[in-house]
Design a protein around this ligand. Sequence first.
Ligand code: HOZ
Length: 433
Amino acid sequence: MDHTISQQLFEQSQKYIPGGVNSPVRAFRAVGGSPPFIQRGEGAWMWDADGNRYLDCIGSWGPLILGHAHPEVLAAVSAQLPLGTTFGAPTALELEMAEALCEAVPSLEMVRLVSSGTEAVMAAIRVARGFTGRSIVVKFEGNYHGHADFLLAKAGSGIATLGLPECAGVPESITADTLTLPYNNLTAVRQAFELHSERIACVVLEPVAGNMGCVPPAEGFLALLRQLTEQHGSVLIFDEVMTGFRLAYGGAQQLYGVTPDMTTLGKIVGGGMPLAAYGGRADIMRCVAPLGPVYQAGTLSGNPVAVAAGMAALKILKQNRETIYAELQEKGSLLAAACKTYAQRHNIPVVVNQAGSMITVFFTSRAEVTCYEDAKTSDTAIFGRWFRALQQEGVYWPPSQFEAAFLSHAMQQQETQFLHHAVEKAFEKLIAV
Ligand code: HOZ
């Protein structure tokens, strides 16, 4: 593959943009080399500035469950554009979106639209603190909830990818009320509630983690969190920015049958445009201004173009929910099985975690990966070689051991065969080096 133009663009970008990218993981630092600069996408495929074609297994980090440039999403955006791009005023579209979200996601009685997942989680936690009058936020190691100061402690995603112990610029006083526990560790959660019960405002988590690679919840973990938060008057927040509308139409909470008090959404709800949401029980959401004392606002919140794109995507998902999620689950488990088979064939130790269309191949000798400590035992150098081999085969895979890959509905039989063949080749190349 020739990457001359991308490399030139990357060099020039580094003069003006820190690291040449607008979000750190995109710099491909953890896997060596430099990122392809993307020019266009269609369905399951993307083309870079040099004309190389890739099967896209990132899907813009989750939003593109229907693939690139879906005709119905494009039509909705095109219909809205001539009517105006932003009003900073209520619209009927927002109401349609709020109704659709509350109908789809079990925990939502009221909802607010915002522009990014980071914003959604920041706001949800502020509301939980305002509602309870308490300060401690319990989060889990390797979970990532956006880049709000107080949530960067032991966070996943780019923090994990770059191996940063902590984030500079965040004073200790800001994280003093953030309590970070090991994911899937039922004992640690029980102890935290024994020690701090009256002070815990909320517990926030990715119900299926995607930001330390894919790590599903252990048996009983979500149910225990539900039970303890209820018992101690704390707010349970599911950060479903990744899993909302991805694992099921009603998100991970529908799939696992555990309903939190509050939920944050992002990615898929915007149909590829910047849109996110937070919401939950009506008594909690009534704390939000102008009804209540918790302030949160945004000029572009509920932006009509983004809402139009998101509504188009949600309508397709709703109409096809009986088939799409089952098909994605099947694609995911077939890919997971293929990865295991090819790794075993060459005696390469891996753990493959998969939940529906989210998947990660951890290059570790551990028997399982259930938490951040397990994920961190992965050999990132071998991952980097596997990643580069996959890229050579025309697959655009997350350039980090600590990010989940996302499959899309646009991947049909031909794409699935292409992907399985590429994965087989990538494992072959690993032992050839
Ligand atoms: N933090 C995002 C994935 N977990 C990466 C976002 C991006 O680079 O666009």
